[in-house]
Design a protein around this ligand. Structure first.
Ligand SMILES: *[C@@H]1O[C@H](CO)[C@@H](O)[C@H](O)[C@H]1NC(C)=O
Ligand SMILES: *[C@@H]1O[C@H](CO)[C@@H](O)[C@H](O)[C@H]1NC(C)=O
Length: 271
């Protein structure tokens, strides 16, 4: 169950909450981040009942393909509903904000290919500063966390002023813009007021390849539930920046629900 060729998979993951959330458990904060392959997948993880399994090479486990690489899901997202998890009852509820309607959504309508490539180059430049010794590296522009060997460093502290030469103002502008588009799509899809949603942490780029895992942070393939891992998350989104079938093979994204597993074959942007 891993990315079966040596090629890379890049994506960026955004998490939204309604109120700025609880403190993050840093030790485990990267554990669930690894599942990132390629393509723009806007995965909205509203229900903790469902877990995600990020990749699989065992076709027999797969019951349904939700989105194929070759098809374009745009402009309307492809959505299916699920029952909201009881996990939400363990957290404070914010009327009008806490999910009332739960489901999964996939869309290709967030970025075009050119924008995806700009984001990808941004991530590659950042990750080129260090990177994990194992197969999964992350870069969090908000906290500054970057994988380095078997640990993480804060790029803003570690590299200081050098960082100004790595990222441009236009990079950050696009990044913020895309983040806003994702927020809008989540709000439209789930009937929410986008002004009541706040980005929570972590938010990061991931790069995954088939180098053997050296620490548990590299083990991106385990099924997981963001609501359980992070607590503060109500909606999770993943924007893939590489293509299933050409940039990588093997690793697909799977929504695991009680009534079946639904796979997404990642794709980079609209066209
Ligand atoms: C995975 O990526 C890292 C960083 O770019 C690289 O050093 C390593 O050789 C890659 N592994 C494979 C199997 O391609
Ligand atoms: C979903 O996939 C997992 C992991 O491969 C498997 O254990 C489980 O039985 C599958 N569920 C269904 C309903 O097919």
């Amino acid at each position: 169950m891993k990315n079966s060729n040596g090629l890379e998979v890049l994506s960026v993951q955004f998490f939204f909450v309604f109120l700025r959330g609880n403190a993050l458990r840093h030790g485990s904060s990267w554990r669930s981040s690894r599942g990132i392959f390629a393509f723009l997948l806007l995965g909205v993880c509203v229900s903790a009942v469902a877990t995600w399994l990020y990749i699989t090479s065992l076709d027999s486990d797969i019951t349904e393909t939700l989105a194929r690489q070759g098809e374009l899901v745009s402009p309307q997202p492809r959505v299916y509903s699920i029952q909201c998890s009881e996990d939400y009852e363990n957290y404070k509820r914010y009327p009008g904000c806490t999910p009332q309607k739960c489901g999964r959504a996939v869309t290709d309508g967030v970025v075009n290919r050119e924008e995806a490539h700009v984001l990808r180059r941004l991530a590659e430049r950042g990750l080129a500063l260090a990177g994990s010794e194992g197969g999964a590296s992350i870069l969090d522009l908000h906290s500054g966390a970057l994988s380095m060997g078997k640990q993480f460093v804060n790029i803003y502290r570690y590299f200081g002023d050098q960082i100004r030469d790595v990222f441009t103002a236009e990079d950050f502008k696009l990044y913020r813009d895309v983040r806003g588009r994702i927020q809008t799509i989540i709000a439209e899809t789930f009937g929410l007021d986008p002004r009541l949603m706040y980005l929570t942490k972590p938010t990061f780029f991931s790069r995954i390849n088939s180098t053997a895992a050296k620490t548990q942070h590299d083990e991106y393939w385990h099924p997981h539930i963001d609501k359980v891992t992070y607590g503060s998350f109500d909606y999770t989104s993943l924007l893939y920046l590489s293509d299933y079938g050409s940039d990588f093979t093997g690793g697909r994204f799977v929504f695991m629900d009680q009534n079946g597993n639904r796979t997404v074959e990642p794709r980079t942007g609209t066209n």
